[in-house]
Design a binder for this molecule. Sequence first.
Ligand code: CNA
Length: 435
Amino acid sequence: MNRSRSSCDKKAPQPPVTRLTRSFSSQTRHSDPAELQDSGPSPYGKQRKKQTDSALAQDLSQMSVSGQDGVPTSKGKMSKGPQPSGSRSQGGLASVSRLLKLGRCKNVVVVAGAGISTASGIPDFRTPGTGLYANLEKYNIPYPEAIFNIDYFSNDPQPFFSLAKVLYPGGHRPNYIHYFIRMLHHKGLLLRMYTQNIDGLEKVCGIPDAKLVEAHGSFATASCHLCYTTYPAEEAKVAIINDNVPICTFCAATVKPDVVFFGEDLPQKYFLHSQDFPKADLLIIMGTSLQIEPFASLVNTVRSTVPRLLLNRCAVGPFEKVPLRRGDHMELGDLKVTVRRFAEMLGWSDEIKELMRSQETVSIPTLVSSSPSVSGPTPGQNTSNSLMSRGASQPLGRMETSRSRPGAQRAANSGSEETDSETDSKSTASSSPSD
Ligand code: CNA
């Protein structure tokens, strides 16, 4: 183990970086910039002109309106229907499938959360009964968010380390939902996947690094929570699994996996959103409560004419608003069931099954490393404006109390875009599917 001070000294001086920190959403945050775009100058300037793809617009105008009277929301309430614009059930899935089959959507952005991994046996945060927040007695913390609070961690890392043992890659397999997203990539349709998950299952199922933004970090690297000196991730894992505390070789503070805590900076790769979301022609939101900022507001940064499809157990974020935006669709229910139906509609079922079968004999890596392969904005380039300057997303105080993570830049700024065929052949599908 390299415990010498030189590991810190070796760090190259880091250029100034744009910083966005992880925080909770306020329920009023969803000023929808995409909705504003047609009435004035927009952060994306001329590219956000009125939809020129008249065929797409026509397609959207033909989408069905479901007659459901109400749907569960994230607060457990029923929202009032019927919906005059978007659709909430089967019709929406069919409409989006049709757009994909017609070749109208070739730059699909996927936004995902813990709900895509519950089928792999990893509890999410907020599902009543099974979510981690409902089962916190064993972590002995005063409030659920303490588990990802950096100050709390500083005093007592054990609650997070207990959770880390559950979440560490190696013990779980990707499921059908992960492979569906992999298939989107395989078909050359995935512009990028933005995940809040830290379980590494996207990489395990073979979604290449270039197509993936792990917005809340991962266990693939580790560093000191105080001075950010890097620490071998495998050694940190061994220590944590064995109920030991990994200690920084430079300042003797506690080392933690590079999972983004509240108040910490998001990885620089996250800023690819400023290129990707204006380019997207379909947004699929899966298995997230859209409660964590700034991630949650991403869904509001696609062009207003771009269809957005929510696949979740309940309505969340802008999908709780009635009426739904034109072009918004949601399919509520168990995600795996929904995604299987989606795959059937697209005619992808056999290919996904085949893909999953081909992974059955491959062992799961215990740490899924990140090879930096996507060029982000140059450090210091102010890409955060697209979210921050909208006023509703982030009180400035949260930024001021944030912590800069020099290590966070490491993974973001090297390499270049790879073609789909290149990335697919390079990707490391390395685990048996969970089912
Ligand atoms: P969340 O707040 O727990 O929301 C999950 C959402 O998914 C909820 O709306 C659920 O209703 C929905 N959901 C769960 N299971 C299903 C299912 N089978 N079918 C349909 N819908 C389902 O989690 P978020 O991801 O929104 O919150 C962000 C946090 C959670 C991130 O910062 C993660 O780091 C953190 N987290 C990650 C993991 C993981 O990596 N697997 C696990 C737990 C928490």
